[in-house]
Ligand binder design. Structure first.
Ligand SMILES: Cc1cc2nc3c(=O)[nH]c(=O)nc-3n(C[C@H](O)[C@H](O)[C@H](O)COP(=O)(O)O)c2cc1C
Ligand code: SF4
Length: 431
């Protein structure tokens, strides 16, 4: 029977309730019943089928099917296998995982336990962003509570299943969110992404088969096991089911996190939930999915926040970090901030990325100073083209996309700087 959803914010439903953060409070609200059901009544293959059927897409940026990823894990080998929970969350504009760690640690751990059963993984490493000290402390406490209650460790639910969880704190590098950079860092090496193939399902943490999923991806799983795939598909769009936690920041009256069905129109998020720009000013542009995603101009905000529809507008859902810029914003200054970040965070292994990020930053700063030439705009596009799809990881693409987006929709801002030999937006934010 299809369970009728009584709320569209099932992930964050209890987040105002302090008791939900404790094991006792979580269990009193039905917590760990889904894990018990999965481990006691379902085979690992059944759980994978269920999650595949639900259509759950990874919420860490790429939107890959979670069930499909789990099915790549070998379950018959003698060697250990691992899960990694990616809690690095360093994408500017993204802060949904922080609240899931702070307020929903047990919900995420339950999702991890179900995924561990499905993939028959021995250990999960939770890699937490270095700056997330309080969320990591909350998580440590949840892990201790789960061990004390026999929900982690040996013979879980009396079914002979064993699983361990290790919380690992990062040291604050954006590139350690890229899954193979993360694995290197977890192993105690420099966080430099690996060449693929082999993919983590064949050669992951410590050389063993590994599945990496995002904090939010794991957090959806108990709800799917509890309520079924059809229930989950009752939210969102046909291709992008479920809800997502959208983090709104920038020039809005009510910045914050909003859990809404996938496919919610971007203009509804900006103007209804976040209540639009203060003091009646107009929106100039919105980055829909975290800083590495291409910007959309004010006239294109009637787009559903789902992977398939955003791709049609040459941008992506990413991590759902919605960054709003009002009409006073200088898009060349925005480009200066964005390119500075990527120049600083490149791991330096690939020439196109190491040099390209520096070039992009140098050129946009030159244009902002009023020292740019007409050829600089074409040069920016040329450098972006030389960075895309040519490097070890997608960081270089993520550095090029926002510049391409700014030039696609706000080229006249750049041209005006060149013509006037100064920044024509005196009311914009300071650099
Ligand atoms: C430069 C870069 C940074 C990334 N940072 C993160 C991150 O902070 N958190 C995250 O979950 N995924 C991040 N990813 C995506 C991961 O590589 C990986 O695809 C993801 O953790 C898989 O989880 P999912 O399938 O549940 O989304 C990043 C990718 C790239 C290229
Ligand atoms: S693309 Fe950039 S961040 Fe990724 S491996 Fe190459 S140099 Fe490092």
């Amino acid at each position: 029977m299809l369970t009728v959803p009584h709320t569209t914010n099932y992930l964050t439903e209890h987040f105002g309730d302090d008791a939900f953060t404790t094991l006792e409070g979580y269990r009193a609200r039905g917590g760990y019943e889904a894990a018990k059901k999965a481990i006691s009544e379902m085979s690992p293959a059944d759980v994978i089928e269920l999650v595949k059927d639900s259509g759950l897409q990874g919420r860490g940026g790429a939107g890959f099917s979670a069930g499909m990823k789990w099915s790549f894990m070998p379950t018959d080998g003698d060697q250990p296998s691992y899960l990694v929970c990616n809690a690095d969350e360093s994408e500017p504009g993204s802060y949904k995982d922080r609240i899931l760690l702070e307020r929903g640690g047990h919900q995420m751990l339950e999702g991890i336990l179900i995924a561990a059963w499905a993939t028959q993984a021995d250990t999960t490493f939770i890699y937490v962003r270095g700056e997330y000290a309080f969320p990591a402390d909350q998580l440590d406490r949840c892990v201790r509570e789960a061990y004390d209650a026999g929900l982690l460790g040996e013979n879980i639910f009396g079914k002979g299943f064993k699983h361990d969880v290790v919380v690992h704190r990062g040291a604050g590098a954006y590139i350690c969110g890229e899954e193979t950079g993360l694995l290197e860092s977890l192993e105690g090496k420099k966080g430099q992404p690996r060449k693929k193939p082999p993919f983590p399902a064949q050669f992951g943490a410590f050389g063993m088969p590994t599945t990496v999923n995002n904090v939010e991806t794991f957090s959806h799983v108990p709800h799917i096991v509890k309520n079924g795939a059809d229930w989950f598909k009752g939210f969102g769009t046909e291709k992008s089911p479920g809800t997502m936690i959208f983090g709104v920041s920038g020039h809005v009256v009510r910045p914050g996190l909003y859990e809404l069905p996938m496919g919610t129109p971007l203009d509804e998020i900006v103007f209804e939930h976040a209540q639009g720009v203060p003091e009646g000013r107009k929106v100039k542009g919105v980055i829909p999915g975290g800083m590495s995603m291409p910007i959309l101009p004010a006239g294109m905000l009637d787009v559903p926040m789902a992977n398939e529809s955003l791709r049609e507008r040459k941008t992506m859902l990413g991590t759902g970090g919605v960054m709003v810029m009002d009409e006073r914003t200088c898009m060349v200054r925005a480009a200066c901030v964005i390119t500075y970040f990527f120049r600083d965070e490149s791991c330096g292994q690939c020439t196109q990325c190491r040099e390209g990020t520096g070039w992009l930053n140098k050129i946009v700063e030159r244009i902002e100073r009023g020292a740019g030439s007409e050829g600089d705009i074409e040069l920016l596009l040329d450098v972006c083209g030389k960075m895309e799809a040519k490097t070890i990881c997608a960081f270089a693409d993520a550095a090029a996309w926002p510049v391409q987006g700014l030039l696609r929709h706000f080229r006249e801002d750049f041209e005006e700087h060149v013509r006037q030999k100064k920044c024509p937006f005196p009311e914009s934010f300071e650099l």
